[in-house]
Write a new protein. Structure first.
Length: 69
């Protein structure tokens, strides 16, 4: 499993660079991470069989930054 990062616009890049936390959402689950290292560690330890959408959140504003396939 890897994160496929999207091409980000300037607002999304700012949110990603200053993110308070990151979330990974699937249809039935949500996980929250303090940083991308925790997110990468989560991906490496589990065999995920569903697709997740990854968001960065900064000051209450979120930006979709990629997917986990």
């Amino acid at each position: 499993m890897t994160i496929k990062y999207l091409e980000l616009n300037p607002r999304e890049e700012y949110v990603y660079a200053n993110a308070d936390y990151f979330t990974a959402w699937s249809k039935h689950q949500k996980f929250q991470f303090d940083n991308t290292a925790e997110l990468e560690n989560f991906i490496s330890k589990f065999s995920l069989t569903v697709k997740f959408v990854v968001y960065a959140v900064y000051d209450g504003v979120d930006a979709c930054i990629g997917t986990i396939n």
